[in-house]
Design a protein around this ligand. Structure first.
Ligand code: RFL
Ligand code: PHB
Length: 392
């Protein structure tokens, strides 16, 4: 097989890149190790920055997001028994977010690609990237037990944090910046109407809690738990009890319902630099992951591939590799801004195992300032809806 761009991974990054390239008339083949049903059902992110939603709209894949997604113009910060609103609309000249599940975007992107007759090869295994330092790289893999090879001009490594692309780059090329957090998030999906119209980020002496949602009838809730916690130790009744305690505020009450899904996710920050080697370009979680407190991971993945698509368009149209050469630097400015914001939100809202009484007072002082000062609220708001750089 031959194509212009071989895309490894059918998550938001790989599928969006394939979509953007096809709009520019650039051919690609997407390979994915899981089944179509698995990637279409994997529950993960839920918050789209304004710019991400605008990009989906502008490229013809936003119709269902517009009809089913929930537009929000603020979030709530809950601490010390009080509830405070950060008004994105007022603080960012009308910008906002859309709550729309990552798996819905994945479904929309798969549908548009398959209906145009472009390939996605699911359930591939033994994926290997070859000759990435030359102008003629290739990807070999097994499909239904048969050995296949894609010859291409460029490989996009969009295979997430546990993929093979990053590790195909020779030792000594990449520098990794890593930070592990000493806690994890236990997340549930529950069939119950969300008890708040907007997301609630809650600081509590027992640990962080988050109320989010997927639709008017489905709630998504998270609890900070110790890093080595096992889901088996959390029967449904214990989860609800803990959520009730942490999220309690005055007369407000949290409605409970059947838990449809539950799981525990580790919290880490990782960035590798540069995000490119030879003809291999890393995008999304393959190059960087953030703790979920800032809701940035999927948004960064989509921004990376938007930058990559522009650079590949210039390259294939005129042979001009200037933008491709700048790819890593262009992405990393946004990546590090999001890393900082996610670290800041995480540090302000979680209980650290080694924290003392003064640490808790410092967190509460920062929260109080964040909701009281217009400058501090604006900083949170403009980062949450997606910070747009004013300089190049
Ligand atoms: P993905 O989604 O992991 O997709 C990578 C794909 O590559 C496949 N793959 C391979 N395919 C072929 N060959 C191989 N050798 C392969 N190895 C792997 C995988 O099967 C998969 O289909 O990466 P991508 O596209 O970069 O997208 C990144 C996002 O998924 C991720 O950043 C977000 O989910 C993070 N995240 C959030 N991001 C947000 O923007 N807003 C949020 O509200 C938000 N909440 C979250 C989150 C992540 C969470 N978890 C589970 C860590 C909440 C949570 C709890
Ligand atoms: C979610 O709805 O899954 C979600 C929302 C906000 C976050 C993280 C996850 O910060």
């Amino acid at each position: 097989m031959r194509t212009q761009v071989a895309i490894v991974g059918a998550g938001p990054a790989g599928l969006m890149l394939a979509h953007l390239l096809s709009l520019e008339g650039i051919e690609s083949i997407v390979i994915e190790s899981r089944t179509r049903a698995y990637v279409e059902q994997r529950v993960r992110a839920g918050v789209l920055e304004q710019g991400t939603a605008d990009l989906l709209d502008a490229t013809g894949v936003g119709a269902r997001m517009r009809s089913e997604g929930l537009v929000h113009h603020g979030i709530r910060l809950r601490f010390g028994g009080g509830d405070h609103r950060i008004d994105f609309g007022a603080l960012t000249s009308g910008r906002g977010i859309i709550v729309y599940g990552q798996q819905e975007i994945v479904q929309d992107l798969i549908a548009i690609r398959l209906s145009a007759g472009h390939p996605i090869l699911f359930e591939v295994s033994d994926v290997r990237l070859r000759d990435i330092e030359t102008p003629h790289p290739s990807v070999s893999f097994l499909l239904d037990g048969a050995a296949m090879t894609i010859e291409c001009d460029v490989i996009a490594g969009c295979d997430g944090f546990h993929g093979v692309s990053r590790d195909s780059i020779p030792d000594g090329v990449l520098r990794a910046y890593e930070r592990e957090y000493p806690f994890a998030w236990l997340g549930i999906l529950a069939s119950v109407a969300p008890s708040s119209e907007e997301l609630i980020y809650c600081y509590h002496e027992l640990g962080f809690a988050l109320l989010s949602m997927r639709s008017p009838t489905v709630s998504r809730l998270y609890l900070q738990v110790p890093a080595d916690e096992r889901i088996g130790d959390w029967p449904d009744a214990r989860i609800w009890e803990e959520l009730q305690t942490r999220l309690a505020a005055g007369a407000w009450s949290l409605a409970e319902g059947p838990i449809i899904e539950k799981g525990i996710s580790a919290m880490r920050s990782v960035v590798v630099e540069p995000m490119q080697f030879g003809r291999l370009f890393l995008s999304g979680d393959a190059a960087h992951i953030v703790p979920p407190t800032g809701a940035k991971g999927m948004n960064l993945a989509i921004r990376d591939v938007s930058i990559l698509s522009d650079a590949l368009t210039a390259f294939f149209r005129s042979g001009d590799a200037t933008l491709l050469g700048a790819y890593s630097t262009s992405c990393l400015r946004r990546v590090w801004r999001a890393q900082h914001f996610s670290w800041w939100m995480t540090s302000m809202l979680h209980r650290f195992p080694d924290s003392d009484a003064s640490q808790a007072r410092l967190q509460l002082a920062q929260l109080a300032y964040t909701v009281d000062s217009r400058a501090a609220s604006t900083s949170l708001a403009e980062n949450y809806v997606g910070y747009e750089w004013t300089t190049t």
